[in-house]
Design a protein around this ligand. Structure first.
Ligand SMILES: Nc1ncnc2c1ncn2[C@@H]1O[C@H](COP(=O)(O)OP(=O)(O)OP(=O)(O)O)[C@@H](O)[C@H]1O
Ligand SMILES: O=P(O)(O)OC[C@H]1O[C@H](OP(=O)(O)OP(=O)(O)O)[C@H](O)[C@@H]1O
Length: 250
């Protein structure tokens, strides 16, 4: 446990993990402010500790979206905002360790399987195993799939009975891997589709692995004391579901 987590557990505070940068941070700060729970940083600008105005039962940690998944999965934070894709990818047996409380309607992105647009014989996931066998016969090696999502990729490919490939772990610019010659296919995030198009890649039919969005996520393995549980109930109550769900039927 970190010093902050130990301190908060001893004081029976709820540890809330919030994105510290990028696309998820802005909306996270907004929804807490709209809920009457304004978040602010404590200490120097680049520090990662924060607090909620008027509440000393909640300690805030500003972390990257993937760190938040790790903190929740290991019980170093009680509650957090992060992408469903990161929860499913980064936390082993995630459903035993965390609960997806609710989708928040932002940070939407699809995790997809994409191949070169010029592969006319490969339209859908059902064509891949044959393609992999052909590729092996011609090139003497397995098809390479570049991705930052090896766990989601293996599970999804297995569900389609595809085994004749190997994963090349990507650290960034995944869509560039086929053109760079480091992989034949990719599994990556897309939102507008512009990056896939610019790299002459197409999403395979049945190739959407997950439709992800930012979620309010609760740890099942954090030390939940009475005050932490009460603070969770308050946050869950005030962090409303996305507007689209609110207006149904109105
Ligand atoms: N266009 C997009 N590109 C990448 N991620 C997106 C996009 N739209 C929404 N997201 C979501 O944002 C989250 C990733 O955010 P971010 O890149 O800040 O996280 P991170 O992986 O912690 O960052 P870093 O890799 O810099 O440490 C994921 O849940 C992802 O699904
Ligand atoms: O479908 P699109 O709208 O084109 O978005 C998809 C791209 O956006 C992200 O990259 P970005 O450069 O934003 O950040 P990242 O590489 O740090 O994740 C993501 O990794 C994709 O490459």
């Amino acid at each position: 446990m970190t010093a902050i987590a130990e301190e908060a557990a001893a004081a029976d505070k709820l540890i809330l993990a919030v994105p510290s940068k990028g696309r998820l941070m802005e909306r996270s700060l907004e929804i807490f402010a709209e809920a009457g729970l304004p978040l602010h940083r404590v200490g120097h600008e680049r520090g990662y500790r924060g607090a909620v105005g008027g509440r000393d039962d909640i300690a805030v940690l500003f972390l990257s979206a993937s760190e938040i998944a790790h903190y929740l999965g290991s019980g170093r934070a009680h509650l957090g905002i992060t992408g469903e894709d990161l929860v499913r990818e980064e936390i082993p047996r995630w459903d035993e360790r965390v609960e997806l409380v609710r989708g928040l309607g932002f940070g939407r992105a699809d995790v997809v399987v994409a191949a070169p647009a010029c592969w006319i014989d490969v339209q859908g996931m059902g064509d891949l195993e044959d393609m992999a066998a052909l590729f092996y016969r011609v090139h003497g090696r397995r098809l390479r799939v570049a991705t930052k999502f090896p766990v989601l990729t293996r599970r999804f490919f297995a569900s389609w009975g595809v085994s004749g490939y190997r994963i090349v772990e990507s650290l960034g610019a995944t869509e560039g891997a086929p053109a760079a010659g480091t992989a034949e296919m990719i599994v990556d995030i897309t939102s507008t589709g512009a990056t896939l198009k610019a790299n002459h890649l197409k999403i395979l039919e049945d190739g959407v692995i997950l439709k992800s969005e930012a979620n309010l996520v609760a740890s099942k393995v954090a030390p939940w004391g009475e005050h932490a549980l009460a603070a969770r109930a308050l946050i869950e109550d005030r962090i409303a579901p996305p507007l689209s769900a609110d207006v149904v039927g109105s």
